[in-house]
Design a protein. Structure first.
Length: 196
């Protein structure tokens, strides 16, 4: 039995103060997305959930010393959470491979579930908010007429976010993505109108 309360508290303390879209709230939403996907997909739910919670704890965008973060995470997973060696290796492999920017091949069903769950959090209302938050943090505007590059938040919808649906591993993720994309298209249309 995984102690999820202990896991949540650990992730909360590790990601405390993160302001680049990889805070505890993101980890929790990814875990919620895992739960929804797993209603349709046969997978090891504990492996998926643990990975969803910890996936950003060893990301270079989040930690300065990645080797130390990996070693800390291994200790936490085995000694505190009680994962066996094989499960610990699997969780670390999932964390290492799911990122869009790394473009690595994901192998296990569990990695595919967590990858979809993470990508779903780049879409919908929260996807809009995270993109604007990121753009603001690098001093980019929300919208410039005609721009479809990463120079604007709306541009990023086109360079990456609208393409994510075709990269989803499962039909259930695609159908969740479809709903989330509706609000993004509406938001973009409304923004264009308001800037006319
Ligand atoms: P991953 O590591 O999974 O590739 P990122 O760290 O690139 O994810 O993205 C985290 C969040 O920041 C996402 O919501 C994403 O849409 C947003 N983001 C990333 N790059 C940009 C960008 N160039 N402009 C606006 N938002 C971005
Ligand atoms: Ni993530």
């Amino acid at each position: 039995m995984i102690n999820y309360q202990m896991l949540e508290l650990h992730v909360q303390s590790k990601l405390y103060g993160n302001n680049n879209g990889h805070g505890y709230d993101h980890a929790k939403r990814v875990a919620n997305n895992v739960r929804k996907i797993s209603e349709q997909i046969n997978c090891d739910l504990d492996i998926c959930l643990v990975s969803a919670y910890v996936h950003d704890l060893i990301d270079r965008k989040v930690v300065s010393d990645q080797a130390q973060a990996i070693s800390d995470l291994e200790i936490f997973l085995t000694e505190n959470l009680g994962l066996d060696h094989e499960s610990c290796v699997h969780v670390l492999e999932i964390c290492n491979t799911i990122s869009y920017s790394k473009g690595l091949e994901v192998n296990s069903i569990e990695a595919k579930v967590v990858q979809d769950a993470d990508r779903l959090d780049a879409l919908g209302a929260i996807g809009i908010a995270r993109t604007i938050e990121y753009s603001a943090s690098v001093n980019r505007p929300i919208y410039v007429e005609g721009d479809r590059t990463d120079d604007t938040a709306i541009g990023h919808f086109h360079t990456k976010l609208y393409k994510l649906i075709d990269l989803m591993n499962f039909d259930i993720s695609k159908s969740i993505a479809e709903n989330k994309m509706e609000i993004m298209y509406m938001f973009e249309q409304q923004l264009i109108e308001e800037n006319k």
